[in-house]
Write a protein that binds this ligand. Sequence first.
Ligand SMILES: Nc1ncnc2c1ncn2[C@@H]1O[C@H](COP(=O)(O)OP(=O)(O)OP(=O)(O)O)[C@@H](O)[C@H]1O
Length: 268
Amino acid sequence: MSYLEIKNLEISFPTPKGKYIAVRDINLSIQKGEIISIIGHSGCGKSTIMNAIGGMLTPTGGSVELASEKIKGPGPDRGIVFQNYSLLPWLTVEENIFQAVDSVMSISKKEKHEIVIENLKMVNLFEHKDKLPGQLSGGMKQRVAIARAFAINPGVLLLDEPFGALDALTKGSMQLEVLKLWNLNNREKTIVMITHDIEEALFLSDRIVVLNNGPASTIREIVEVKLPRPRNKIEIVKTPEYIALRDHLLHLLTDKFSIEDMGMVYKS
Ligand SMILES: Nc1ncnc2c1ncn2[C@@H]1O[C@H](COP(=O)(O)OP(=O)(O)OP(=O)(O)O)[C@@H](O)[C@H]1O
């Protein structure tokens, strides 16, 4: 039995035009410590699957189980990082993390503060602990959000396009930050990440789940990324294994299209 088990998952939404099936027949067994990316075109159901794991959406069919327990709602065993940071703007960096720790951990205030400080240091934000989110750059805000998610020590980290709003350089250092934290945690944290970025998925993941387009989206293919770790971003892109995986993913994601010099032209 896997750590995170998605069985025959279906999620549909009631709409004025009737039932809209967003995803169906989703089967995925995730081992403890795996890094999984979910990739697919806009609207194919990535966030829907993520929200079902997070417990924000209840399956209309099938189930999601964590450590053999059916997920019935959000819980401290799953930390979530969204693209838009979702920090409380009236609390300082330190208070934002403390608030999360305080809400889920039954330990002394001193111990809670120690956890906050430790996590702030891990993402190199200790010097900025008294700033409000509005006084931070996008990358810094996302580092706070990641530190907050790690501070509650969840078994599963759910990253919903966490670096989508960041520039390429900041994005690169944030990816390293996540891998650093994952390594510090003895690679025991299970990470499920949504991304639109094939290179990001290849750099970080053990497996990449490629979804078909919706409605009623299903898994098109699960691509294994057997590139050895630690991965050096500059070196791996030159390896034949990486190039073959990248081409395969590009093919899976673009074979309905023909790319012409002025852009993508729909064929079918
Ligand atoms: N509450 C809802 N009611 C009706 N339809 C919904 C609802 N939430 C999502 N959907 C639909 O389900 C489908 C999947 O949405 P979802 O947000 O999971 O896609 P996504 O792959 O995460 O997209 P993106 O990459 O653009 O963020 C879309 O067609 C969306 O319109």
